[in-house]
Design a protein around this ligand. Structure first.
Ligand SMILES: Cc1ncc(COP(=O)(O)O)c(C=O)c1O
Length: 381
């Protein structure tokens, strides 16, 4: 066996000096009634089924860890990502009793798909703004759900600005997964939707989770999961946030103790996570709830995606999109570094949770990455 599994290394690791997990404080930011209502509504949707919690038994054996659990969000309705729990739920809540409503959103892909699906379900019109970085495959998926897709010159931040400006002019209701000053209610609904993952997990295993590795873009998913942990888990695990190395806005903000915008020098192939700024409500939660932050390079994404598909980590084949790979990359990287492994207290008693937040939501990209990854694996054999 190679000493460093697959040669994986994280780019940067930091410890949160302001760590102080406080259930009550967290649930003051996103009150329990939001979480309970989200579960009640979503679990009553037609075709609702909890997503699988897969045991990555081959990986855990190799790393000498008790369990590594993978929450497989590729099976979330037909949308193939956890975002189906957020945007669509928010649309349903705000569309109640309003006949003619036009909703709008800016997106890297998955949130827009969720909003489009939600709008279709309630009979609302839908306008989705995308940046230059969003693929045609993703745009097509949203069009298929009935949305008008508007492409904007520039990056995600630009698409959000234009979405805000045009929506204001036209009176469209913005359903965004990012919070800003005086715009908090709808992003809170999306986070409450994401907490459903933790409600499900709390009934899917009897093991106490000891570590959770959470991907972050603007931090909505990570914060929604943290709220779920505060509400549904008896014991609080260590919480580690993962970001792309050039889009590490949570890490930078944690390091400096206040919100810090990063200048993205290079967009990550993990498109949903390539964000420059932490969202306001998630920040209030993450700033004290996160133990550590990790950043990783894109270069490990293809081989990890291919290994999941080729049953190298589990008995089951897993279709994992680019944003689903960071958890595995991070767990292996931490185990490859004896000091960090010790610091995080990862050992044979650990039950680690990682979120497989999307499947092949962009099939074209998935096929391309799979090919590259498969080739890399041949070099290992
Ligand atoms: C698949 C996937 N994973 C992770 C993220 C990051 O979520 P957040 O921006 O809420 O941190 C996104 C966001 O679009 C995503 O689509």
């Amino acid at each position: 066996m190679r000493k460093k599994l697959l040669g994986l290394k994280f780019s940067e690791f930091t410890t949160n000096k302001s760590f102080n997990f406080n259930r009550k404080k967290i649930l003051r930011v996103l009150p329990e009634k939001y979480l309970l209502e989200a579960y009640k509504v979503i679990s009553n949707w037609k075709k609702y089924k909890r997503t699988p919690l897969i045991n990555l038994n081959i990986l855990s054996k190799r790393l000498k860890i008790n369990n590594v659990f993978y929450k497989d969000e590729s099976k979330r309705f037909n949308l193939k990502s956890f975002k189906a729990l957020g945007g669509a739920y928010a649309v349903e809540k705000i569309a109640k009793n309003r006949k003619k409503i036009i909703v709008s959103a800016a997106t890297a892909g998955n949130h827009g798909k969720s909003v489009s699906w939600g709008a279709k379900k309630v009979g609302a019109s839908c306008k989705i703004f995308i940046s230059e970085n969003v693929s045609n495959t993703r745009a097509f998926e949203m069009k298929k759900l009935g949305a008008d897709v508007i492409r904007v010159k520039g990056n995600y931040e630009k698409s959000l600005k234009i979405c805000k400006d045009i929506s204001k002019q036209k009176g469209w209701k913005i359903v965004q997964d990012v919070a800003w000053k005086n715009y908090e209610y709808i992003p809170k609904l999306t986070m409450a939707g994401y907490s459903v993952m933790i409600k499900e997990i709390s009934n899917q295993t009897k093991h106490y989770i000891t570590h959770v590795f959470l991907q972050a873009g603007v931090g909505g998913m990570a914060a929604g999961v943290v709220c779920g942990i505060a509400k549904y888990f008896k014991k609080i695990p260590k919480i580690i946030v993962i970001e792309p190395e050039y889009a590490n806005c949570v890490m930078q903000s944690i390091k400096y103790g206040s919100l810090k915008k990063v200048n993205i020098k290079k967009q990550s192939i993990m498109g949903g996570m390539s964000c420059a700024e932490v969202s306001l409500v998630p920040w209030r939660i993450l700033k004290n709830a996160v133990n550590n932050c990790l950043s990783i390079s894109d270069k490990y994404v293809p081989q990890t995606l291919a290994m999941l598909a080729k049953k190298k980590f589990s008995n089951e084949k897993i279709i994992a999109g680019e944003c689903s790979t960071p958890g595995i990359i991070s767990v292996i990287s931490c185990c490859n570094d004896p000091l960090i492994k010790k610091k995080l207290e990862i050992n044979e008693k650990s039950n680690i949770l990682i979120i497989g937040c999307e499947g092949d939501t962009d099939r074209t990209l998935y096929n391309k990455l799979y090919k590259i990854g498969n080739q890399k694996l041949k070099n290992y054999d």
